[in-house]
Design a protein around this ligand. Sequence first.
Ligand code: HEM
Length: 191
Amino acid sequence: MSADREAPTVRARTNPAPAAAIIIPLLVGAAVAIVLGVYGKVHEPRFFSVNVAGFSSPTAVKAWLATLAAVLALGQLTSALAMYGKIPGFNPPWIGAVHVWTGRLAVLVSVPVAVHCLFALGFQDYQTRVLLHSLFGCFFYGAFVAKMLLLTRKGLPGWVIPVAGGLVLTGLVGIWLTSALWFFQNHGLTF
Ligand code: HEM
């Protein structure tokens, strides 16, 4: 291949991305969060519940699924730190796959819980904890969508993906603190 044909490829790889490459994913993420919140607010809560054999209540199922999602999110944090060389001597070749799969599973596990929250309970604000939980829930999916879109953009400044990942993690930790932790504090570590 001639030098003339290689040049655009090299330029594309090194050119910084335009501001729109960051702003558009952020706007789409914000729209997702707002749509979820508005839906949760205007939709009449259905108050249905589905229990799973072996669990004491549907709330316990949700609390444990939320805990699984939070543990997977910690796997995300650890694998991200390793990939960025922040854990001395620990950056095995499979760590990228661990990062991708803990992320996919965390979101997958969160979806049935969030569907129940949104459809059966809605966006509620009758306590500060519940308001924070509803806000974290909507924020989490907005941040997740924004991060997924940002990952497809080339030439972003190095801090963008870590910050986006940190915000997704913050959302999930916030969800857990305002829901599952509250459940375990009130009911004990019951299944
Ligand atoms: C998508 C936006 C979300 C909204 C609007 C929302 C809203 C709510 C509301 C109003 C409650 C009842 C709180 C109470 O009275 O104590 C609740 C409970 C709960 N939420 Fe969410 N939530 C959302 C997302 C999530 C996600 C993503 C998770 C987990 C990954 C989650 C996990 C839980 C758990 C474990 C409970 C306690 C069990 C229950 O009361 O049913 N929520 N949610």
